[in-house]
Design a protein around this ligand. Structure first.
Ligand SMILES: NC(=O)c1ccc[n+]([C@@H]2O[C@H](COP(=O)([O-])OP(=O)(O)OC[C@H]3O[C@@H](n4cnc5c(N)ncnc54)[C@H](OP(=O)(O)O)[C@@H]3O)[C@@H](O)[C@H]2O)c1
Length: 286
């Protein structure tokens, strides 16, 4: 996707003029681990932002050398990162957040900064209590496919303008698809989107195991199973088809597909998936 510019329109004496906003932002990513580094790489690959406008932090700064070689500014100094930047992405482990953010709270400027937290299970009210000075706060729940810019990222926020919300949405649209939701659905988003990657991978793994039993070597079976799932997903995403309509197309009367599919359902296929999703959801709430 091309880099997007953001505008707001003012009606002045000379008529409507467009003023660029939320452009040329500098982004800090606090916690350049798996997710933080993936976000930086994705933003650079998509040309959403130039590498030199990104600062990534972690204590073991040597582990950030691959990002540094792309032109990203790397440091172990979170305070420096906040001072250099406008958009602060928090990609720390949940148990690190309070300690790090309390130490930075005096450096957040509500007129300059926005905070985007990707930390699982940390609510907006908790973040507000930690940061505490009216700085707009966004929560984002991506999944591991963010590493290849194919995440689904659910977003909610407290404070912030429409432009800021659009900016955050566009940032995560560079890394897959962004969806705005109510915060009360964030746990559900975590289960369906983030845990969902594991459910889908287990489906592929099980298909591979079946494929081996009917004659393929493991590598070929895995390739066929993975590409088949990708193709099925693309039919829904690109052609906006309904899953059952696509299933009807491949289930010949008295054929092998419907026989196998019905046997899976007799064994509880859909039911076990739904029960698993509900079990994950109940667990996350505890
Ligand atoms: N992975 C996912 O797909 C995913 C999806 C959704 C949400 N999340 C959430 O995203 C967050 C990060 O997950 P992750 O998988 O990326 O974890 P991770 O790989 O452990 O990354 C966390 C990073 O924080 C750094 N760190 C620790 N203390 C720090 C400090 N004081 N200042 C700066 N950096 C510090 C650590 O590096 P050093 O030890 O070198 O400092 C580490 O690299 C978690 O809260 C997780 O719940 C992850």
């Amino acid at each position: 996707m091309d880099k997007i510019d953001f505008y707001t329109v003012f009606a002045g004496e000379a008529g409507c003029i467009k003023v660029k906003i939320m452009k040329d932002q500098k982004i800090a990513i606090l916690g350049g681990g798996n997710l933080g580094a993936s976000i930086a790489e994705g933003l650079i690959k998509s040309k959403f932002i130039a590498p030199e406008r990104i600062t990534v932090t972690r204590r073991n700064v040597d582990a950030l050398l691959p990002l540094q070689s792309l032109g990203v500014h790397t440091t172990s100094d979170n305070e420096e990162a906040v001072k250099r930047s406008d958009v602060i992405i928090v990609a720390l482990k949940p148990y690190n957040v309070k300690e790090v953010m309390v130490g930075l709270r005096d450096h957040f400027d509500p007129l300059r900064h926005i905070i985007i937290s990707v930390v699982t299970g940390l609510y907006l009210k908790d973040l507000m209590a930690i940061v505490g000075n009216g700085v707009p706060i966004f929560r984002a729940m991506p999944n591991t496919a963010i590493a290849i810019q194919e995440s689904v990222t659910c977003l909610c926020h407290v404070g912030g303008s429409l432009e800021q919300a659009e900016y955050v949405s566009s940032l995560f649209n560079q890394l897959g698809i962004a969806i705005s939701i109510d915060e009360k659905l964030m746990d559900a988003a975590t289960v369906l989107g983030a845990c969902g990657i594991a459910y889908a991978l287990r489906f592929i793994r099980a298909s591979t195991q079946g494929g081996i039993e009917i004659g393929f070597d493991a590598v070929t079976a895995n390739l066929i199973a993975a590409q088949t799932v990708k193709g099925a997903a693309e039919l829904l995403l690109k052609l906006k088809r309904h899953p059952e309509a696509e299933i009807d197309k491949v289930t010949t009367p008295k054929g092998c597909t419907i026989a196998g599919l019905n046997e899976m359902e007799h064994q509880g296929f859909s039911s076990s998936l739904i029960k698993g999703i509900i079990t994950s959801y109940e667990k996350i709430g505890k």
